[in-house]
Write a protein that binds this ligand. Structure first.
Ligand code: F6P
Length: 486
């Protein structure tokens, strides 16, 4: 069994300066309708874990320059960030429209995303997608080569960049290269659906360290390597692969959240007014309990099953009609792909049907919002919710499952969690469900609403402890310390 890295790593393992490489950039420049340029900082786990480290250590972050004014403000793609008080460099890689279509909407999100989420029926491996994925990974490698100083470790992030490590290794044989794979890694029987599986593995094995959220993903990766390259020497106990001139350590290094930041935002949130704004004044009767779901409109998130489960619950428990409202906060995503557009339409239709069926003059069963909520509002919404429902079919980790308990600063709140999210491996105190089991989801929501005070508090205490143990502050140090023990 691949060991999980010890929770407390040495800060000394983190280099004084590093190069981070990711698809998304931490700061983008966008042009408003009136022509003014404004800066946007990225949300999400990756940026909130890595931006503070880059700010304290310095170095260069290489990423796709996706903002429409990105190149206008960056000389040869280079700009110092954060824009308000610069501490490190951002190197923006400009991508053509064809590259974005083939690499991002194509290979990354119509081949690797469904493959790793074990949803191969959605894979579409158009040959041009692979060509663009290879070309863009080369482009990233070229950019790394122009900015990395000798001795600066290079840390690649996620499934967009599986080939870039090999391309950098060819240019820099002695460089220290790392990768963190933020999404699940599939079983070998699924991975072989990919027509380019061996090339992808070869690209990744150019790294000294590869991190995954769970030991199970790391182990599946090793099984895939074993099947593809029988001549490789694999030690599962230490997670080490030796193949040709490459020696790679494969580790489980779960990424959590900045717990204190979420807790602070929840503490200062004006919960009553956030509840009013999100629910709409007339529907925000404070005696109505709230269940909450927060996700991108991605087909891996299990939203339709959850809506069906809610319908079952209101059907079999008429007394719960008017007693609780489910709030779905949804973000539109990857709409260049038809499957994502269809998914959004299906979710909206399903919610409308449930609201038509059960709604009354003064109670709306499901409140759906695509509003762009800032972090403070989101923390207030978590705090207002009695139950969070996180039921993805599969998910690398799922940080909503970490944020919700951290934001429950009043000591109440229950988490219904899919057993197939990476978070289920790490969080204690959840009400765990199979995300395809509609009855089980309905039962779990019902149970969460009816748990006694003592059990709610006990579960929440355990949840908070597990979330604190994975605080993101240690994640970077853990990844680098794995490299030291090679
Ligand atoms: O979970 C994987 C991931 O790539 C995250 O790193 C990112 O926050 C999320 O998906 C959003 O995806 P995209 O960059 O395609 O909008």
């Amino acid at each position: 069994m691949v060991p999980e890295l010890s929770v407390n790593a040495q800060d000394g393992a983190v280099p004084d300066s590093l190069v981070v490489v990711s698809n998304r950039e931490p700061y983008s420049h966008e042009r408003d309708d009136d022509g003014k340029i404004r800066v946007q900082s990225a949300a999400g786990g990756l940026t909130s874990a890595l931006d503070p480290v880059m700010q304290s250590r310095g170095g260069t972050w290489v990423a796709w320059g996706s903002g429409d004014a990105d190149m206008a403000v960056a000389e040869e793609g280079m700009i110092e960030v954060p824009p308000s008080a610069p501490t490190y460099d951002l190197k923006r890689v400009p991508l053509s429209d064809a590259a974005v279509q083939g690499y991002y909407y194509g290979y990354a999100n119509q081949v690797l995303w469904p493959l790793c989420h074990e949803d191969t029926g959605r894979m579409w491996a158009e040959p041009a997608y692979w060509d663009q994925y290879r070309a863009v990974n080369e482009q990233f490698a070229e950019a790394v080569d122009t900015v990395a100083d000798a001795g600066q470790p290079v840390w690649f992030q996620d499934y967009h960049l599986a080939l870039a490590p090999r391309a950098v290794r060819e240019r820099r044989p002695d460089a220290t290269l790392l990768q963190f794979w933020h999404i699940p890694w599939p079983a070998p029987s699924v991975f072989r659906h990919c027509p380019h599986s061996d090339v992808l593995l070869d690209g990744l094995l150019a790294c000294d360290v590869i991190g995954f959220h769970t030991a199970a993903y790391a182990e599946q990766f090793l099984h895939c390597v074993d099947r593809a390259f029988p001549a490789a020497t694999i030690d599962t106990d230490s997670g080490t692969v030796v193949r040709g001139g490459d020696r790679t350590r494969v580790v489980a290094n779960p990424l959590g959240i900045d717990v204190e930041a979420v807790r602070d935002r929840a503490r200062t949130a004006d919960v009553a007014s956030i509840r009013d704004t999100v629910l709409g004044g007339s529907r925000s009767d404070p005696s109505i309990r709230l269940a909450l779901g927060v996700e991108r409109l991605d087909y891996s998130k299990g939203i339709p099953e959850r809506i069906e489960a809610l319908a079952h619950l209101w059907e079999r428990r008429p007394d719960l009609r008017g007693a609780f409202t489910y709030v779905q906060k949804a973000s539109r995503t990857r709409e260049g792909i038809a499957a994502y557009r269809r998914y959004r339409a299906d979710v909206v239709d399903a919610i409308e049907r449930v609201n038509d069926r059960f709604g009354t003059g003064d109670w709306q069963p499901i409140v759906y919002t695509e509003a762009n909520l800032d972090n403070e509002t989101l923390a207030g919404l978590y705090r207002a919710a009695d139950v969070a429902v996180v039921t993805p079919h599969r998910d690398g980790m799922n940080l909503v499952a970490h944020e919700y308990p951290a934001a429950c600063v009043d000591g109440d709140g229950s988490l219904v969690l899919s057993e197939l999210a990476g978070a289920a491996t790490h969080l204690d105190g959840t009400l765990t469900v199979n995300p395809h089991d509609i009855n089980a989801i309905a039962d779990a929501i019902e149970r969460a609403l009816e748990l006694g005070e003592a059990e709610t508090s006990d579960r929440l205490t355990r949840l908070k402890h597990s979330v604190e143990a994975l605080d993101s502050s240690q994640w970077v140090a853990r990844q680098f310390s794995a490299g030291q023990s090679l």
